[in-house]
Design a protein around this ligand. Sequence first.
Ligand SMILES: Cc1cc2nc3c(=O)[nH]c(=O)nc-3n(C[C@H](O)[C@H](O)[C@H](O)COP(=O)(O)OP(=O)(O)OC[C@H]3O[C@@H](n4cnc5c(N)ncnc54)[C@H](O)[C@@H]3O)c2cc1C
Length: 461
Amino acid sequence: MLTSEKLNQYLSNVLPKSNILTGLEERYAYSQDALNTPEIKNIAGAVVFVENIEQIQAVVKLAAKHKIPVVCRGAGTNVVGACIPENNGIILNFSKMNKILEINPANMTARVQAGVVVGDLQKEVEKFGLCYPPDPSNLAVSTIGGSIAQASAGAKAFKYGSTKDYVLDLTVVMADGSILKTGSSTIKNATGYNLSTLFVGSEGTLGIVVEATLKLIPKPETRIVMMSYFDSVDASIQAVNSIIEHKITPATIDFMDRNAIQTVEDFKGAGLLTNKECALIIEVDGLACAVDYQKNIIEKILVNYGAAEIQISGSDDEYDRIWSARRASMAACTRLKPNVTTDDLVVPRENLAKLVSGVREICEKYGLTVCMVGHVGDGSVHPQIPIDYNDAEEYSRFKRAKSEIYKLTAKLGGLLSGEHGIGMLKREAIGLVINETALDYMRQIKKTFDPENILNPYKIF
Ligand SMILES: Cc1cc2nc3c(=O)[nH]c(=O)nc-3n(C[C@H](O)[C@H](O)[C@H](O)COP(=O)(O)OP(=O)(O)OC[C@H]3O[C@@H](n4cnc5c(N)ncnc54)[C@H](O)[C@@H]3O)c2cc1C
């Protein structure tokens, strides 16, 4: 591996000096993800800010020649160590490639650079009466490149699907510096293997996404959000099943458990009911008359299943108040301990109540507090466990609890990630839920795309 000085010298031949950071503090700062997990700490040899495809190709060719690992960085908000570099590797920072290149209302597509922030794209397309539905909770900062690499979803996946359902075409720089295009601007594509889908969720291990053409849909005419509280998780899930049986497809069916409600209320004073076991956050959108009709049916179902209070957004402010409470859960957890961990478990929806109660029991057994939020519609839950990384004994309890939680998820027919990815944090556990033959094929795909293992190596497996 090259020294940082030598690496800097080579990089200066292909990039403006002002686009290269080699100071120790800078390399350290850009080598983190959002969780800052103690056992996955490496420091890059250089951070480079790329501005166009040619610069990326030049850096990748240099990396291939000297066998230097390269990792892309969007906003660095993933929570599985996916953007942690190899020691002395190169970080490709996409913050300067943040242009929306085209919004095409006739085709209902957008063509964007990889560093575009998801929330910025959403706001821009809304000006054309259009909508880009994937909505990771941190859409105010996370990037299109990062959300493609992690197959991000969010609250609206139940009705609208996730990032993978909106990627029509990607322009990708491959490990040898060549350019690959995965599709076209057409809505349908049955022309050969679906390479777009292969890149979505590949965590930057197969190629570097520089541009994406994304599908848009018409912006729903109106939307409301309803927050209701229950005395039991079971009752809330039965209510959800009944809503779906009534042929209603809400845009979101989100969930907060007792600890999450209490922690957010202490943090924000958002007017949440703190004496209940859990809350559902249900959003309905579409034509105004249909929204009103569905709201009335849902209200009746919620009452039938024992909802204590139903708060319905009557204005944009009310809508934002409810959603900002739900989205604040991870930030609120940081008030409980110096660090907060989150996870991303998904099971068939019929097993969700068992997963929630099982995770709670495991955390109680190990003396850990857990705040759970999730997307009930998709059967996915995020247990957020506040801890102190400097407390070795607590950290060891946490790791034992994690291992039991993963085994429980596998037993309930689930997977270790519905939307956050595997990265470095869960790679040892992936064999619990993915069959060995499938893993072998995945490793062969990686080898075919990146024979020298320079693109974000050692992530996923
Ligand atoms: C508070 C909080 C809330 C969150 N809520 C959600 C949620 O609701 N739903 C959800 O799905 N996720 C959620 N996440 C996880 C995270 O937001 C997503 O993984 C996110 O989309 C990552 O985007 P990013 O720009 O920060 O990517 P980064 O963290 O910078 O990178 C993530 C991965 O993408 C790769 N990458 C980045 N750019 C490129 C590129 N151009 N080409 C190839 N690979 C690339 C990186 O190498 C890395 O492997 C949340 C995270 C936090 C901290």
